[in-house]
Design a binder for this molecule. Structure first.
Ligand code: FPP
Length: 241
């Protein structure tokens, strides 16, 4: 923690990895080729983030809205975690990186869930950076899910409405698993788009935003470093003066 404060490295960096399709189209290749290269970018960025002392790196890998894509592409995206972990878990182990996942399990193929669970099990004792995939994740649904769970507690009588605080809500969000780093410090989006796309709405309340025009497959550690440098020079006031 002290080291991080000194260098002003954000504890929690979250990324919206956008532009795989456009990157492939620019090369007259199928979209899946872009996702393929996107995996390599995930690897490069993960390694650099871990080297820089980031505590949690959350990557938006599949949103609840991505089900609207053509079935072939959805199928391909569902297979990516299997391929990614098959290839990169040894490297994650070497770096002491721990895998985590946030999102809804429903509709995710069992083979994908199995691969995710395996990667989480294999890395569970690692004490370095947490590589947190947002998979079948949508922030509004996450908040509804938390609201239902809190309502049940109230109905059971184990929680009084007046005792519900911001902390209570945080305890029921998926990001409870990355305590104490639930809140995002730095949000990065690639491909020139400047929107949040239903990603960690609660957790981004006070984050700093960094947008890059590069497409996701072009991302690497040096782009991450530029974002970290930009973050370092910002003054976060959290509403105070
Ligand atoms: C956005 O590009 C990217 C995605 C929806 C998928 C993200 C997946 C990866 C980066 C691969 C790595 C994933 C794992 C699980 C290791 P887009 O398809 O929206 O691109 P476009 O906006 O140019 O069409």
């Amino acid at each position: 923690m002290a080291k991080n404060l000194e260098l002003n490295i954000p504890d929690h960096v979250a990324m919206i990895m956008d532009g795989n399709g456009r990157w492939a189209e620019q090369r007259n290749k199928p979209r899946k080729y872009g996702h393929e290269e996107g995996m390599e970018a995930v690897r490069r960025v993960t390694m650099r983030a871990s080297d820089r002392g980031v505590k949690v790196l959350t990557l938006y890998a599949f949103s609840t809205e991505n089900w609207k894509r053509p079935p072939q592409e959805v199928h391909f995206l569902m297979q990516l975690p299997i391929r990614f972990f098959d290839k990169f878990v040894p490297e994650l182990q070497e770096r002491n990186v721990k895998v985590n996942m946030i999102g809804f399990e429903e509709n995710v193929p069992s083979s994908t869930k199995k691969a995710i669970k395996k990667a989480m099990d294999e890395t569970k004792d690692n004490t370095g950076m947490v590589l947190n995939f947002a998979f079948n994740y949508g922030s509004r649904s996450e908040i509804v899910h938390a609201t239902k769970a809190i309502s049940k507690k109230v109905l059971e009588g184990s929680l009084k409405p007046d005792d519900i605080t911001e902390q209570t809500v945080e305890d029921y969000l998926f990001t409870q698993t990355i305590t104490p780093y639930q809140n995002v410090d730095l949000l990065i989006r690639s491909s020139g788009e400047q929107r949040l796309s239903n990603f960690l709405l609660w957790q981004n309340a006070y984050s700093e935003f960094y947008f890059s025009d590069l497409l996701w497959p072009e991302f690497d550690g040096d782009v991450l470093d530029e974002a970290l440098l930009s973050y370092k020079n910002r003054k976060r006031r959290y509403g105070a003066l």
